[in-house]
Design a protein around this ligand. Structure first.
Ligand SMILES: Nc1ncnc2c1ncn2[C@@H]1O[C@H](COP(=O)(O)OP(=O)(O)OP(=O)(O)O)[C@@H](O)[C@H]1O
Length: 346
């Protein structure tokens, strides 16, 4: 990508002070998003994906707080904006679609009135104009007979249709960025595929940039341009989607790939990653992933690896990462792996 990033997150640290200790939910992460790009943030449950999105939107409430970092949108740091300014930016510029449509839609209002209200809050549209736009949006997101359904209540829609309504609401003010946080968690796979197709289509139609948050690398493969893989609050690998699937460099990314069905036709066995994501109040010493890593060495228990470039368009936070390189394509990387204590290909 050569254009200026529309969103630049640098060294973001978000924590929660709890009775059990300080939860390091996002621990120094940086990433950028370019115009028209779809960035996937992927990782297991509890790895800090939602907290990253909520930090960008400035929706972190006590006991949480953003301890450090910058979130630059079109060059301006959102962390320095007032509450009123952020209210304008949310919806108008950056819209977020949450996991569960039932908690995001109010059951006592018609879906039309809920979408129209958002439009009227952010634009000077009149009531009839907002209603017309709402019907158009419902059509855009694939609700059949939108003019007839606009006065229905959320419970009159199926789960997939409610998710479409949320998408209509999120794009109603033509945002520059759409953050979709596990938008299909509660849906079956056919409906899930339809929602991702829809997001793709709308992203092109409206020229939006999208951050897609998911625990499912399969989703990433189908929809994203670039990917940030997160583990225990840290980005452990960042790459273009093709590079990532061609040769994942972090053992965690490899583990995630082995646990997805149908992703690699040559691998018929599914192998879940052993163990669990650590308690974010008491991270293991050294590399947080070392207790679950089949390649961990003594050094991994002591050294906390930084995210570093392993080749163009590719970074990984693993002291052995270079050892995963394909010798045919990245000779230099493989050579240096030898001096870096690198492990050989599996
Ligand atoms: N309000 C809160 N108070 C205390 N801890 C919190 C709070 N919100 C989130 N956390 C903690 O922050 C960490 C990251 O949570 P987050 O929801 O971002 O994970 P996630 O990767 O989005 O998981 P999921 O896919 O299940 O949503 C977790 O350990 C979670 O318990």
């Amino acid at each position: 990508m050569t254009s200026e990033p529309i969103l630049e997150v640098e060294n973001l640290v978000t924590q929660f002070h709890t009775d059990e200790g300080v939860v390091k939910a996002v621990d120094g992460n940086s990433f950028s998003l370019h115009k028209g790009e779809v960035l996937g943030i992927v990782g297991e449950s509890g790895s800090g994906k939602s907290v990253t999105a909520m930090s960008v939107m400035q929706l972190i409430d006590k006991p949480g707080y953003i301890k450090a970092g910058t979130v630059r949108y079109k060059g301006e740091d959102l962390l320095e904006k007032s509450k009123a300014e952020m209210r304008q930016i949310r919806g108008n510029d950056i819209a977020m679609m949450f996991q569960d449509p039932m908690t995001s839609l109010n059951p006592v209002y018609t879906i039309g009135s809920q979408i129209s209200r958002v439009i009227r809050k952010h634009t000077d549209a009149s009531k009839p104009e907002a209603r017309d736009r709402t019907i158009e949006l419902l059509g855009d997101v694939g609700i059949p007979e939108p003019a007839a359904r606009v006065d229905d209540y959320p419970h009159q829609f199926s789960g997939g249709m409610r998710q479409r309504v949320l998408l209509a609401m999120a794009i109603s003010c033509d945002p520059e960025i759409l953050i979709a946080d596990e938008p299909t968690t509660a849906l079956d796979v056919t409906i899930e595929a339809q929602i991702f197709e829809l997001i793709d289509r709308l992203q092109e139609k409206y020229g939006m940039s999208v951050i897609l948050i998911t625990h499912d690398l399969g989703v990433v493969a189908g929809s994203c341009d670039r990917v940030a893989v997160v583990y225990a609050g840290r980005i452990v690998e960042r790459a273009g989607v093709e590079e990532l699937f061609e040769s994942p460099r972090h053992p965690y990314t490899r583990g995630l790939m082995r646990s997805i069905p149908n992703l690699r036709s040559s691998e018929s066995r599914l192998t879940p990653i052993k163990g669990q994501i650590p308690d974010l109040t008491a991270l293991p010493s050294g590399c947080s992933f070392h207790p679950r890593c089949v390649h961990a060495t003594e050094e991994c228990t002591q050294r906390d690896p930084e995210l570093r470039a392993v080749e163009t368009n590719r970074e990984a936070a693993c002291i052995h990462a270079l050892g995963y390189s394909n010798p045919a394509t990245t000779r230099t990387a493989t050579d240096s792996a030898a001096t870096d204590g690198g492990v050989s290909n599996e």
